[in-house]
Design a protein around this ligand. Structure first.
Ligand SMILES: [Zn+2]
Length: 458
């Protein structure tokens, strides 16, 4: 063995919080970083909405607040300019590390990719081709930082990528976004598997199960634990078939206009909602940004507003883009059509423009169908004001969501199938609840190295 110290694992985010997982795997010759998302703070988030992110200082400020990973040689030096207390520690991270460094993105969610724009240009970032396609679509629609898609290099399912003495393979997993992957990293002294964000209930978990098979026997599993965070423990999430039924029934039960919240990034759920609306003889109308992302991802039957309904400038531009595409272009409807026959439509709300509800013909049986999408829940800043809008218009809420994360039973099954010696539990408020017979649960601290191979087990 050419590495006497052995492979080490450092966790740089996702510790006792939902999201922000970053796993650094290092040998004497190479480094691989799994995910580079924005940190979700466990305490008060000092950078939450209404705090202005300072142009050109966003990363340095995050680093000083403990909201970005302190990994030397990862970030572009010009992103690390700072003055005042702690500035030197931030600037010291510009020091180059001679070892090659490759970042793997598990999926296109901001808590896994949000710091992408700050990386050193020579750091290679690998992602599934569908993740890259989604990044392109989001960028074009003005829904993410410009220039990030161009940073991504495709890694195909099952392809072996060598980074000096580390070998990386990725496998699709089921989450709530296309292109989500689980990763296996093989080192000279052992193997590590990383779930990313994962479930077993979308498409019956067919992709996830193939990943579990490939990862079987890994020494260490790094596993998300989102659904162990809540009291009482949640039931296993509903399948997409159930969601479709709930939505169709809610639509059939109303004689008025219906409202919706769903995520444009979950393009498969969006396609399901388009079909569910059609089954109930309604047309689902999306804001421009949603329509631009969905049409770019090849979803058919997308409808957006024409110029007769007021939308913000960025929504309007994105809508024009969606309507002008050569393939799977969005159809447009005018506000007059909706005013004439409200019961023939389902309207996705613009989460940045609650006031636009005033344009819509709401009636006594109108309701809001919540199928994920913002405002997502009471932990979001805009939740309370949205509840006030719902009350003002007498709108009931129809819960029609289903988490993209594995339920408590599925999480246990994931660990059992891989059967590692140790599981590093992350990405949840209560990682200690991940308990599986014969597997030791490791609760990491930020930046404290964990050996891949335990002393005495070689
Ligand atoms: Zn996540």
């Amino acid at each position: 063995m050419d590495d006497p110290t052995g492979t080490s694992i450092e966790i740089h985010g996702g510790v006792r919080v939902i999201g922000g997982t970053k796993v650094l795997i290092s040998t004497a010759r190479a480094r691989v970083l799994l995910d580079i998302g924005e940190d979700i703070p466990g305490e008060a988030d000092l950078l939450r909405e209404s705090t202005r992110v300072r142009e050109g200082h966003g990363l340095a400020d995050r680093l000083r607040l403990g909201a970005a990973p302190r990994i030397a040689g990862l970030f572009a030096p010009e992103e690390l300019r700072a003055v005042g207390p702690g500035a030197q520690d931030v600037q010291a991270l510009a020091a180059e590390d001679p070892r090659p460094l490759v970042v793997i993105l598990s999926h296109a969610h901001i808590d896994h990719d949000g710091l992408l724009a700050h990386l050193r240009p020579e750091v290679r970032v690998l992602a599934h081709p569908e993740t890259i396609a989604l990044h392109r679509a989001l960028e074009e629609a003005g829904a993410t930082t410009p220039g990030t898609a161009a940073r991504l290099t495709p890694i195909e399912e099952g392809e072996d990528v060598a980074v000096a003495d580390l070998a990386v393979t990725v496998h699709r997993v089921d989450h709530d976004v296309r292109g989500a992957i689980g990763t296996i990293v093989r080192a000279p002294d052992g193997a590590l598997a990383y779930t990313g964000d994962v479930n077993l209930h979308r498409e019956d978990g067919v992709h996830t199960r193939a990943f579990l098979e490939a990862a079987r026997g890994a020494d260490v599993l790094v596993c998300e634990t989102t659904m162990l965070s809540f009291d009482p423990p949640p039931l296993e999430p509903r399948s997409e078939e159930v969601i479709a039924r709930v939505v169709t029934e809610a639509l059939a039960g109303s004689e008025d206009l219906m409202l919706l919240s769903a995520y444009e990034r979950d393009v498969d759920r969006a396609a399901l909602l388009v079909r569910a609306a059609a089954d109930a003889r309604r047309t689902l109308v999306w804001p421009g940004r949603h329509a631009a992302v969905l049409t770019a991802m090849g979803i058919g039957g997308v409808v957006t507003w024409d110029g007769t309904r007021p939308q913000s400038g960025s929504q309007r531009r994105a809508g024009e883009l969606a309507a002008g595409r050569e393939r799977s272009a969005a159809r447009t409807v005018g506000i007059d059509e909706v005013l004439e026959s409200p019961d023939r439509f389902l309207v996705q709300i613009d989460p940045e423009d609650f006031t636009s509800l005033l344009d819509l013909p709401l009636g006594p049986t109108s309701a809001w169908i919540h199928s994920q999408g913002e405002p997502l829940g009471p932990f979001m800043r805009d939740w309370d004001v949205w509840q006030d809008w719902l009350e003002r218009f007498g709108l009931a809420t129809v819960p029609a969501g289903s988490s993209g994360h594995a339920g408590p039973l599925a999480l246990r099954e994931i660990v059992e199938r891989i059967a590692p010696a140790r599981v590093i539990a992350l990405h949840g408020f209560h990682p200690e609840r991940l308990e599986v017979d014969g597997v030791r649960t490791v609760l990491p601290e930020i930046g404290v190295p964990i050996p891949l191979r335990e002393v005495g087990t070689r």
